[in-house]
Design a protein around this ligand. Sequence first.
Ligand code: COI
Length: 338
Amino acid sequence: AASPARGYATLSDTYSGTSELADIEWDNLGFGFLSTDYMYVMKCPQGGKFSNGELQCFGNIELSPSAGVLNYGQGLFEGLKAYRKEDGNILLFRPEENAMRMRMANRRWVPPTGKGSLYIRPLLMGSGAVLGLAPAPEYTFLIYVSPVGNYFKEGVAPINLIVEHELHRATPGGTGGVKTIGNYAANYSADACSEGTIGLLRPKAILTVLYLDCIHKRYLEEVSSCNIFVVKDKMIATPAIKGTILPGITRKSIIDVAQSQGFQVEERQVLVDELLDADEVFCTGTAVVVSPVGSVTYLGKRVSYGDGIGVVSQQLYSVLTKLQMGLIEDKMEWTVEL
Ligand code: COI
């Protein structure tokens, strides 16, 4: 890191005491934000190149009221997780997929083995001031982290989805296939707000909505925060990537894991009616990992898949999380040990 400036950590600060665990209740992690020790920040000034960046103590950042990100939603983000192995080392899962290079500070915030993971949030934003609609003159890239447990308060118990018939997450030619911050704002529709469905720490949260394509209103797209898979016999189907669906890293990983386990996986248009006679439905995402779906409500009709996690969802969840936690051999070389 560069020489320390006001509020910045020095290298010796950064690495002192990092083998100890932070003093928090590791048994009660939900998916709420917990502030940690450090964040990484780099800036790209107008017409220039990104600096090497620096570790800073975690804290608020200063932005012009006219920053591109605040006014026109000029921002992208990523999300990945780090797990603590039984030998104490820390595993990152496919970090190159997030185009991420970092050194691991904040070690003490990686939950003890089996208690959760450290969610890593890289964020790229137009931080320079603009008034008219134009790319911001300055960009800031930063990475912050937070220890997390289950995203859905149900944990690995099944979640209930509502198929949204009128509102759409993305349109062809739009930004649905990119992890832009604006894609998530659409979920805050008044209709979609309900009592605590997500996370342990949020009293009011967004219902888990399953979106359909905006043209035919018949094909599955994705769930508010994750991709979706439908299981029928030994066949697993998931909506094909075609610009309106986020190409999830967990989605891609589950396709490979399922194939390696002998399942046939189809990436194609999946009709909403296929939910009616599916054996199992599950969602995937960095935050949600593999979350079984217990029921889907579509135009007032509810289809139920049972109270527990389905056999296929359980098998895929188990292989993926064992890989992520370093409990089975990582033949794919997806994890990176720190
Ligand atoms: C993730 O799964 O990492 C995401 O970015 C989804 C977000 C709504 C938590």
